[in-house]
Design a protein around this ligand. Structure first.
Ligand code: PLP
Length: 384
């Protein structure tokens, strides 16, 4: 068995995750054109792994008017990044730093009476969206406590403690538009809005739809769509071709020639059936490549699709190069938009039996990140 390993200093580039903001811009415009109301750019989980500030700026420069995140700390990070558009944070513990929401002009969702009380006590002047559970039994107030929540919020509003500016719900089955669950959720949401109105509230923002329902169910649009996955090229409804924004490359660290019968990686999970060449790439599950994709995943190297062999390790993977012409230091494309035949996020999700969302949010904690296609500063300033 001959090994032709080159010293680590000979590869300087390392793995690299590029985020194409042109793709985010183009995707944003699709949703701005489709949505009947405003588009809120959802940039939670660091903009689905694409960089929250970059995605937020790009979306706002292309027609989104508001931002949405999960936690208050994500919201204040947007403010620290210089973003001044309206921001909504919808998932916080009852003892969250509500005063910081007012200080940073961040709107917050209210999923329970306990949250309402905490906000009233800690954050005079808060702007809130009441969150109704429209059928997922997950987040939001249950229909049985909704009336009480609306009345308590109206009392707080009359006492000048807060303003109810929105009512929100969320769809559990929007990726399957024909599922009757969507109609039930829409009806429940409309009931929730009517109840809020009869409690004396006047929520100007009424929002239920995320990516899938914005593309497939105009009855769910109301005054605003909250778009996350779609901005980064993921369409759970599989009805529209959006533009994926991520490309992950990694250089060949070494190439070795092996005979038939060579056992590769942990557990010797793969044995070479014939003599071949094996390439080593310095990315693994600690970089977000799902280990469960071992034995299925491919990369593109030397212009060709080649299989990853053996188990995906924490820091590295082995590619069966066969007779592809490559040199040490050449980049393999682990994933990309797919325009040149490289594997896509969707394929990786298939190999790992998961969603594209999980792949993109898991990628790249330690790989070098670059962006391309950033909006010009002038353009961004005008939009903000
Ligand atoms: C993540 C999230 C969204 C965005 O959903 P996408 O399908 O990614 O567009 C909208 N609303 C809530 C409450 C969310 O948690």
């Amino acid at each position: 068995m001959t090994a032709m390993t080159i010293a680590a200093t000979d590869f300087v580039a390392g793995p690299r995750l590029n985020i194409d903001l042109h793709a985010v811009a183009a995707n944003t415009r699709v949703f701005v054109a489709r949505a009947q109301g405003e588009v809120m750019a959802v940039v939670k989980a660091d903009g689905f792994g694409h960089g929250a500030i970059d995605v937020a700026r790009t979306a706002l420069a292309n027609g989104a008017t508001r931002l949405g995140v999960t936690s208050l700390s994500e919201a204040t990070a947007l403010r620290a990044g210089g973003l001044r558009a309206p921001v909504l944070s919808w998932l916080n513990a009852v003892d969250a730093d509500w005063a910081s929401a007012v200080r940073h002009d961040v709107e917050v969702a209210v999923p329970s009476l306990a949250h309402l009380d905490a906000i009233v006590n800690a954050a005079t002047g808060a702007r809130v969206h009441l969150h109704l559970d429209t059928g997922m039994a997950r987040d939001g107030a249950s229909p049985s406590e909704w009336g009480q929540l609306c009345r308590a919020a109206r009392r707080a509003e009359r006492h000048g403690r807060l303003r109810v500016v929105g009512v929100m719900g969320h769809l559990g089955c929007a990726d399957v538009p024909v599922d009757g669950c969507n109609r039930q959720a829409r009806q429940l949401f409309m009931w929730g809005v009517r109840s809020a109105r009869s409690a004396g509230l006047r929520p100007q923002h009424r929002h239920l739809a995320a990516t899938a329902a914005t593309l497939t169910d105009s009855d769910a649009h109301h005054t605003m769509s909250r778009i996350g996955a779609g901005l980064v090229g993921i369409d759970p409804s599989r009805t529209v071709d959006l533009e994926p924004a991520l490309s992950l490359t990694a250089p060949l660290v070494s190439v070795r020639t092996v005979p038939a019968g060579a056992r590769v990686g942990y557990g010797h999970a793969w044995t070479t059936p014939a003599p071949t060449r094996l390439g080593l790439l310095p990315v693994g599950y600690a970089d977000g490549l799902p280990r469960i994709a071992s034995g299925q995943a491919e990369v593109q190297v030397g212009g060709q699709r080649r299989p990853l062999v053996g188990r995906i390790s924490m820091d590295m993977v082995v590619v069966d190069l066969g007779d592809v012409v490559v040199a040490i230091g050449d980049d393999a494309v682990v994933l990309g938009p797919g325009h040149a035949g490289e594997p896509t996020v969707r394929e990786w999700a298939g190999w790992a039996d998961t969603l594209e969302h999980e792949i993109v949010t898991g990628l790249g904690a330690r790989v070098r990140r670059t962006t391309s296609g950033a909006a010009t500063h002038r353009h961004v300033r005008q939009a903000l």
